[in-house]
Design a protein around this ligand. Structure first.
Ligand code: SF4
Ligand code: SF4
Length: 448
């Protein structure tokens, strides 16, 4: 009996040490030096205790090790806590694209848009005037870099040139397709073109803007939902770039991923129109008609987090989204809940790290029928204009944003198990990465 206890206890210790060693190695690869240092210290102390245990049996009790491990496993696996699905109640209320802060910052005094808008919303005029006095993102600001900021401008200039490609003529020759087969084909095509995640949802009018506020379409025109299905996809942003938030690598990465989303969306929409069905790509650069995060949730790509954007299972909020809407019959996916709503309840790391105070640290509210944390885009965008980048500190701070490698996949899987496992992951994240994770290590090509 004593021998079995001893062997079991040794196995637990070896597993624990292997875990710490793996963490150390992956932190080194990711250049997460704070985590590397702390994992190293933990590893050395643990090895020391283990060696003393083997030699003398002093400091640890085998029975105690087994009891603690068993309790840990029991709480992780058996103590299931609901992953808290997002509450959605009936609502017909829609959001007006003319109200979003990006649209408002474009209204020039003396134009029809300006006069009409501030007649409807005089309370917003003063704030927007102050906003327009600041340089545009990447054109100035405290973090402007004269060699790097123009890269982002170049990306967005290309995006603007793609705007006329989002819609077009539908072929007269309609090809008959089976919903199951064409759904699989389109998902495969999206992945082939570069999407990391793809799902299908049935469209819900409430997630479409009520009126056009930006882009080439007529300002103020009512947006009517003419399609039934949405193909929602996500491309991951490179961790190396996002971990430099709020400096220029992150905004360059944003531009690159928006371009990729535009490429994927435009090709898929074109393809569907060539098969004889109506389709439209919704791309960045002022041409969305829909609010993408709730559609991405419905398509099973992730959950809505405190951060105010989609949190995916594999990449956290470190993604950019794209959408194609169509009248072609497709097979919708189901929303997935993997514990983000529960995690966000106690985590609050994005709120704590947000320099503008745009992310709420309090409870969720019902907004247009969806129970969610409502961030304040005005505060966020004002800071973007002051800094000259798109900040993204919240994205990098989110524990779900970590690199998508073997080690973090293991942690992600573990965090899905129960409320207890999510709390353990949160404590571990705080312990090793700190409450305010920061790092500035530019990729080689940006150092020269
Ligand atoms: S991007 Fe920056 S300012 Fe905006 S919500 Fe995130 S942390 Fe806050
Ligand atoms: S940082 Fe924490 S609270 Fe914010 S979205 Fe990520 S998990 Fe949720």
């Amino acid at each position: 009996m004593d021998k079995i206890t001893l062997i079991l206890s040794d196995i637990i210790w070896v597993m624990f040490l292997t875990f710490l060693f793996l963490f150390f190695i992956f932190s080194l690869i990711e250049k997460e030096f704070k985590a590397l240092k702390r994992a190293g210290i933990f590893f050395i102390i643990s090895v020391f205790i283990f060696l003393i245990k083997i030699k003398t049996g002093f400091l640890t009790s085998d029975i105690l090790t087994i009891v603690i491990f068993s309790l840990f496993m029991f709480l992780s696996f058996a103590y299931k806590r609901k992953s808290l699905p997002i509450k959605i109640i009936f609502s017909k209320e829609r959001f007006d694209e003319r109200d979003i802060v990006f649209s408002r910052s474009d209204y020039k005094p003396g134009t029809r848009e300006y006069e009409e808008y501030y007649k409807m919303h005089p309370e917003k005029e003063e704030f927007d005037k102050r906003l327009r006095e600041l340089p545009d993102v990447c054109e100035g600001g405290s973090l402007f870099e004269k060699l790097h900021s123009p890269i982002c401008i170049s990306e967005f200039q290309l995006l603007e040139r793609l705007l006329p490609c989002v819609d077009g003529k539908v072929s007269d020759k309609k090809i008959k397709v089976q919903p199951e087969k064409i759904t699989d084909k389109i998902k495969g095509l999206a992945k082939y073109l570069g999407a990391d995640l793809v799902g299908i949802c049935k469209l819900d009018e409430r997630y479409f803007y009520s009126h056009v506020g930006r882009g080439p379409e007529k300002w103020g025109k009512e947006i009517k939902l003419k399609h039934k299905y949405g193909i929602v996809f996500a491309v991951q942003m490179k961790y190396e770039m996002v971990s430099n938030a709020p400096f220029t690598p992150t905004v360059i990465e944003t531009g690159k991923r928006y371009l990729e989303c535009a490429f994927i969306g435009i090709v898929i929409a074109n393809y569907i129109r060539n098969l004889g069905y109506s389709a439209r790509a919704h791309i960045a650069g002022s041409n969305y008609q829909a609010i993408l995060p709730p559609l991405a949730y419905l398509a099973g790509l992730g959950e809505l987090g405190r951060i105010g954007i989609l949190v995916t299972e594999d990449y956290g909020p470190r993604v950019r989204l794209g959408l194609v809407t169509t009248d072609m019959s497709l097979v919708p996916d189901k929303p997935k809940n993997f514990g983000v709503q529960d995690f966000c309840n106690f985590c609050k790391k994005c709120a704590l790290n947000c320099p503008s105070g745009a992310i709420p640290a309090g409870d969720k509210k019902i907004i247009r029928g969806v129970e969610k944390w409502q961030m304040e885009p005005e505060k966020c965008y004002h800071l973007w204009r002051k800094m000259g980048t798109d900040c993204a500190i919240c994205v990098y701070s989110c524990p779900y944003s970590k690199e998508n490698n073997f080690f973090h996949l293991l942690i992600r899987k573990y965090s899905k198990l129960s409320g207890f496992s999510r709390r353990i992951c949160f404590i571990g994240d705080d312990l090793f990465y700190g409450k305010r994770p920061r790092k500035k290590i530019y990729p080689e090509w940006m150092k020269t």
